[in-house]
Design a protein around this ligand. Structure first.
Ligand code: FE2
Length: 338
């Protein structure tokens, strides 16, 4: 016979997870009756035996699972970029959780648990972010934040933790070209100023800075280089005029490092880039950006190496955007503006 507290423990944990008996049964692949029996206390003898076994063998419960080794490998960061199908499934999961459709969410989760370790990994990441988001910003929609946040997390994983100089320019270009952040997500990071262009931070790690710049017509950043950092720019809205110089031209013309720019504008040949275009800048190359159109220009920037200079940054506002950061365990966390 088991005590009331033992009887109710599984039920209490299940309720904390927001699952019905049927959903939990579906999730772990047993019948609803089995869950009901466990909650009545019929699992207690079995649990006690497992505890004794672990104690006798000085191991954890997970060590007894023959699939644990395979699962651990599957749960480690995937070497391949987060695929479109997985991302869309994660989006469906987030939408189901957000709308309170527990059945649909449990269906996706149980499919992942049983058949698709890669999806399971990304759902786990999504769940962590949802919990943090709900704690910090209850009752606010979060699907766009989670899906775009995971897209960025994937980029971090693909870039790896090696020194930035170990990543080739070609690899950087290949990875950044696959990053597509939604307009609904990016619009929260757009700001303008009549005085000069404005930057807003989306993500900051040791080596990668992702940010948005808003340019009013006529605004320009003079020719500069980023030293050994790599740079990529995607035009989100409008028309960007762009100049680029080789390292040799950069040296011959004594182009300054970013942040030390003179007010002198470069007037050589330029190229026009429009919405959706991606431009990449290799190490030690120089470039100049201007909005010579009559419309506002919005650009998304990926800086890999040393972070950009300290000028033109807008502080996050309380009800606008989040900043993504990575903790010691390489987990994505959202920094909430206070
Ligand atoms: Fe630049």
């Amino acid at each position: 016979m088991v005590s009331n507290s033992e009887k109710s423990k599984i039920a209490r944990l299940r309720e904390q997870a927001g699952l019905t008996q049927a959903e939990l049964a579906d999730y772990i692949g047993v019948s609803e009756n089995t869950i009901a029996n466990w909650e009545k206390g019929n699992a207690s003898k079995w649990i006690r035996n497992l505890n004794r076994l672990c104690s006798a063998l000085s191991c954890d419960l997970k060590d007894l699972d023959p699939d644990h080794e395979a699962e651990t490998v599957a749960n480690s960061p995937t070497p391949e970029p987060l695929g479109e199908i997985i991302l869309e499934t994660v989006r469906s999961y987030c939408e189901a959780v957000q709308s309170g459709d527990k059945k649909a969410a449990a269906k996706i989760a149980s499919f992942a648990a049983l058949h698709n370790p890669e999806l399971r990994y990304w759902l786990d990441q999504a769940r962590n972010m949802i919990i943090q988001f709900q704690r910090e910003r209850p009752n606010q929609p979060y699907c766009e934040t989670i899906v775009n946040g995971l897209t960025l997390r994937n980029l971090i994983m693909q870039l790896g933790s090696n020194p930035p100089n170990d990543i080739s320019y070609e690899r950087f270009c290949h990875l950044v070209a696959q990053v597509h952040l939604s307009a609904a997500f990016l619009e929260k990071y757009v700001s303008f100023s009549r005085e000069d262009f404005r930057r807003r931070l989306i993500l900051q790690t040791w080596h990668l800075t992702v940010y948005v710049i808003g340019w009013q017509p006529g605004q320009i950043v003079p020719m500069h280089h980023h030293g050994n950092s790599l740079d990529a720019i995607r035009v989100i809205k409008g028309e960007m005029t762009h100049w680029q110089l080789s390292p040799e031209e950069c040296e011959a013309q004594k182009i300054p490092f970013e942040g030390c720019t003179s007010q002198e504008k470069y007037s050589g040949p330029s190229k026009i880039y429009r919405t959706g275009d991606l431009i990449t800048i290799d190490r030690r190359h120089a470039h100049q950006i201007a909005n010579r159109s009559r419309q506002e220009l919005v650009t998304l920037h990926f800086r890999f190496g040393a972070p950009p200079d300290d000028d033109h940054w807008d502080q996050p506002s309380a009800d606008s955007q989040l900043v993504f950061v990575w903790n010691q365990e390489e987990q994505c966390q959202m920094k909430m503006p206070s």
